[in-house]
Design a protein around this ligand. Structure first.
Ligand SMILES: [Zn+2]
Ligand SMILES: [Zn+2]
Length: 341
């Protein structure tokens, strides 16, 4: 089979690999679609803990084409999405119900073979049947599970005034769940008008275009919307400048929520006196845990509507172009369809 393979940071090629063999409790999947994520850009430069050789790709929709001897639920021909992570169940984090922080975590597409390949093996118990969802919708299962987990961590209070920076794929998923999970008002700030239009159409009450050459204009609009600050300010961009301006926009007793992924070496200057004096909470959210079922529920009920979010499609042999698209602000979501290769 063909797959994108990295030997080391920054160097990948599409190679022929032997078809993976399912173990007794695994299924073999033909990959129908795999989403390209901002995380894949970090993996490209060696961040986020990759092991080599690496086949990336962690947002995966596949068709069951092979069964291990002990597989009892799934059948060939079924469409599934997969939770790409496996935790040990026994380490100090697993014992405290934090499997995403498992000391022995296996994450397909990060430190185990992922979905930018024609085929992938996955444990049956981590596959979720999605025959009723279009492939283009099902491919959002993993990022939606991350967003559901994010809302678990955030613990939004009813009728909170929320400001969200960033209307990329994650920002647009967050927009919809925030608008439908009790936010009193939702303001989305974003650099690209087309993304902002989607956010406005999916539940944002206020859509603020940020001009990086003159950010003061957006800042005064935000002040008008929330003269006392926002209860919650969310960064879904991973941009230090956004984080550094967040506390000033946060109401006394409010929360700054770091949802975007900055470079590993980035450092954020926090006005510590403000945190103390105004009782500001700073929270982060990482990956997903216990949230796949709810993510699929949100997609099935169209609480999250993914129409229009995929803007770019590529074959396996166009992986370099796919990464370039994800780095470009005009792309919202790029996907790989390996079977066309
Ligand atoms: Zn992702
Ligand atoms: Zn563990």
């Amino acid at each position: 089979m063909k797959a994108v393979v990295y030997d080391r940071p920054g160097r990948f090629a599409v190679r022929d690999l032997p078809d993976p063999q399912p173990g007794p409790r695994d299924v073999l999947l033909r990959v129908l679609m795999a989403g390209v994520c901002g995380t894949d850009l970090h993996l490209h430069v060696g961040e986020f803990g990759p092991t080599y050789p690496l086949v990336p790709g962690h947002e995966i929709v596949g068709e069951v084409v092979g069964l291990g001897a002990e597989v009892s639920r799934l059948r060939p021909g079924q469409r599934v999405v997969l939770d790409n992570t496996t935790s040990c169940g026994a380490c100090i984090e697993c014992r405290r119900a934090r499997p995403a922080f498992c000391r022995h975590l296996i994450a397909q597409g990060v430190n185990a073979p992922g979905g930018f390949a024609e085929r992938i093996v996955a444990a049956e118990e981590r596959c979720f049947e999605v025959d009723d969802l279009p492939v283009e919708t099902a491919v959002f299962a993993e990022p939606t599970a991350c967003v559901v987990h994010g809302l678990d961590v955030l613990g939004l209070r009813p009728v909170a005034r929320v400001l969200l920076f960033g209307a990329g794929p994650t920002g647009l998923l967050l927009t919809q769940l925030l608008a439908r999970s009790g936010a009193g008002s939702l303001t989305v700030a974003e650099l690209v008008q087309a993304k902002l239009d989607l956010a406005a159409a999916r539940g944002a009450d206020h859509a603020i275009l940020v001009d990086p050459s003159d950010p003061g204009v957006a800042r005064s609009r935000l002040r008008e919307i929330a003269p006392d600050g926002f209860d919650v300010v969310i960064d879904a961009t991973g941009t230090l400048g956004v984080l550094e301006g967040a506390i000033a926009l946060t109401r006394t007793g409010g929360t700054v929520f770091a949802y975007g992924m900055t470079p590993e070496a980035a450092r954020w200057q926090v006005p510590s006196y403000e945190v103390f004096r105004r009782e500001i909470t700073i929270k982060g959210s990482f990956a997903q845990q216990f949230s796949f079922d709810r993510a699929l529920e949100a997609l099935r009920t169209r609480r999250i509507d993914t129409t229009g979010i995929i803007t770019h499609r590529f074959r396996l042999d166009q992986y370099g172009e796919a990464l370039a698209a994800v780095a470009d602000s005009t792309c919202i979501k790029a996907v790989i369809t390996p079977q066309q290769a």
